[in-house]
Ligand binder design. Structure first.
Ligand code: ADE
Length: 419
């Protein structure tokens, strides 16, 4: 079996952590039971370009139990958990091509290795696998049934490809499922981003001015949790509706140029480029901490920061690079401007990834079952899949809900009854 990981000797610790995560993934466990009986993915080759975490390991194992032949590469150079990669290779016989801290060249070499698997289904988090495939490995397209995409940024890229007529196979936007973005993006990013900031800096959040760039599902989760930790949260936005929501949720809203002067900690999660630019950094206070929780490391102008600093950064803690500006002010960048929650912590907790990855597993089955009907476009996860995932999750949590009575159902479908 071909693979490229840091150290197979890390496998035992990885296995313990994979099993720990599994306890918090009841929906995936229940899908696994069905998969073991029905083997809906028998003979299907799946290449996954995902953050190699304990939760992803549980997804890969579930697909394997469903009969799939799975390989994994990383969807970010800094997000791989090397012990998990080792366990996947050692205990689960799943080839992994991913090493935490790999350079860009190795990152793409690993994507290419995952494509050498000749997938029937691609599973992406950020669309790098699909992008690489469309740019340089088009010979693989004839065997592909479809793909799935995990994240907002990836779905945006795929829709751009589809609009330009470039997309060559159907892709399911897992991110669009309600049981994905309402939970993973909001509660997952909210908690894991603060986790990354706390683990890397150990600063007290209470009383700090925390500037959150964006008020989409991810950034509103961050703002909500930072508020809960006693921070003084400022939101920056470009969308008037989202800005208004942030205001009515009780946050101060202002342009980044003004927030730059006030903030102690800055967190970007917008999906766009140079949200924290050189002119913002110039206005920041000494000791400011900047972190990104958006998919790509483009939200902070990193080349600009390096250029305005008097020397290369000093690594003052494991995930903290300190840049000194000409007037002596220090700016602290976390996790090299990459996803701080995965670089400096462990990503979203298993309980939310449970639903995201349940969507992934069921979307793979949907692709196979509907292969002959699907067009080359971006699809949403079927609504009944979304509902079923929510139902199983609630059941696993021991929470019962009401049912509509016949009278109520009739009322909802009639237009005649008024006051
Ligand atoms: N994205 C965010 N958190 C994650 C996790 N724990 N595993 C996989 N992908 C993630």
């Amino acid at each position: 079996m071909d693979f490229d990981i840091k150290d197979k000797g890390l496998a035992t610790g990885g296995r313990h952590r994979i099993e720990w995560a599994e306890q918090e993934m009841p929906v995936l466990r229940s899908i696994r039971e069905d998969f073991a009986r029905e083997r809906p993915l028998a003979g299907t080759r799946i290449s996954g370009c995902l953050h190699v975490t304990t939760e992803t390991a549980n997804l890969a194992h579930t697909l394997q139990i469903g009969g799939a032949d799975v390989v994994l590469c990383a969807s970010n150079p800094l997000s791989t958990q090397d012990d998990v990669a080792a366990s996947l290779v050692n205990h689960y016989e799943i080839p992994v091509f991913a090493i935490k801290g790999e350079d860009n060249e190795t990152y793409y070499k690993h994507i290419s290795a995952a494509l050498d698997h000749r997938p029937h289904i691609t599973m992406d988090d950020g669309a790098d696998l699909v992008g690489t495939l469309h740019k340089g490995r088009q010979e693989l397209i004839s065997e592909i049934i479809g793909g799935t995409e995990e994240t907002t940024t990836g779905v945006i890229r795929l829709r751009a490809m589809a609009n330009e007529g470039m997309l060559k196979f159907p892709v399911i936007a897992v991110n669009d499922a309600l049981t994905k973005h309402m939970f993973d993006n909001r509660y997952g990013t909210g908690q894991s981003t603060l986790d990354g900031i706390i683990r890397s800096t150990n600063v007290l959040l209470a009383g700090k001015a925390i500037v959150v760039a964006g008020y989409g599902w991810c950034s509103r989760g961050i703002a909500m949790r930072a508020n809960g930790m006693g921070a003084n949260v400022i939101v920056t936005e470009v969308d008037p509706l989202k800005a208004l929501e942030a205001v009515m949720d009780g946050f101060r809203v202002m342009p980044m140029q003004e927030a730059a002067k006030i903030g102690n900690i800055f967190i970007t999660a917008t999906g766009d480029i140079n949200v924290i630019d050189v002119h913002h950094i110039k206005a920041m206070k000494d000791g400011a901490i900047i972190a990104n929780s958006g998919h790509f490391n483009v939200e902070i102008n990193l080349p600009g920061l390096a250029k305005m600093a008097v020397s290369p950064p000093r690594k003052v803690r494991e995930y903290v690079d300190q840049y000194e500006l000409p007037d002596g002010r220090k700016i602290n960048l976390l996790g090299e401007g990459r996803l701080v929650n995965l670089a400096a912590a462990e990503g979203h907790p298993a309980s939310v990834m449970d639903m995201s990855f349940a969507n992934q597993a069921l979307s793979a089955v949907f692709l196979l079952r509907n292969a002959d009907k699907l067009e080359t476009k971006v699809y949403s996860v079927p609504e009944d899949v979304d509902q079923e995932i929510a139902r199983i999750k609630l059941e696993a949590m021991g929470i019962a809900i009401d049912r509509l009575t016949q009278e109520q159902e009739a009322y909802l479908s009639s237009w005649e009854e008024g006051t």
